[in-house]
Ligand binder design. Structure first.
Ligand code: GRF
Length: 186
């Protein structure tokens, strides 16, 4: 049996799109009702849900609503792809060990919300991409896979960023497959 996945994204959703083109996605969740990822889901025919933390009394109630969705859809693996919230105890209690994240830097270098910009500003010769299990820290869970991405002569932050995203689009599908998620049937 293939693992059933849900993808969480807060904004653009390009990683979600790459994943959904290659693997069945049970649903996408966004914590922003106007996120572009929801348009992508519609075009790809992937069910989507969106609600915002501010619509709930507290984070525990917000995460309890997410857990309900995950349980309703019998999700085996939660795939964070540009989900910009820290995962808190309600969600972790149920899904730690079944939740992965992609980070656009070579962890533990440059954790946090600005991995690409921070690496660029530090003037490093190379950065990278990391996929890791989610724990209660920020980008601190056990690493599943990481690859280096060089900063090339003549790079601008845009070309550097593009090269990092290209690595993300290559690595996430490989990792999903290695974790037992089956691709779309031909
Ligand atoms: C990616 O760079 C991912 O590593 C980071 O947020 C970005 C999301 O991009 N966590 P997108 O929404 O998949 O286009």
């Amino acid at each position: 049996m293939t693992k059933r996945i849900a993808v969480f994204a807060s904004g653009n959703g390009s990683n979600f799109q790459v994943i959904a083109e290659q693997f069945p996605v049970a649903f996408v969740f966004s914590d922003h009702r106007d996120a572009y990822v929801l348009e992508r889901a519609k075009s790809l025919g992937v069910p989507s849900y969106a609600f915002e933390l501010k619509e709930f009394d507290n984070k525990a109630a917000y995460e309890a609503a997410i857990v309900d969705l995950l349980e309703e859809h019998e999700i085996d693996l939660v795939v964070l792809a540009g989900y910009m919230k820290i995962v808190a105890s309600t969600l972790l209690a149920k899904y730690e060990g079944r939740m992965i994240n992609i980070h656009p830097a070579y962890l533990p270098e440059f954790p946090g919300a600005h991995g690409i910009e921070d690496a660029w500003a530090a003037g490093v010769a190379e950065s990278g991409v990391t996929i890791h299990w989610v724990d209660s820290g920020v980008d601190s869970g056990q690493i599943i896979r990481q690859e280096r991405v060089p900063r090339l002569e003549g790079d601008t932050i845009d070309s550097f960023e593009e090269r990092i995203h290209a690595m993300e689009y290559r690595l996430y599908p490989e990792v999903l497959e290695s974790l037992g998620v089956k691709r779309h049937q031909e």
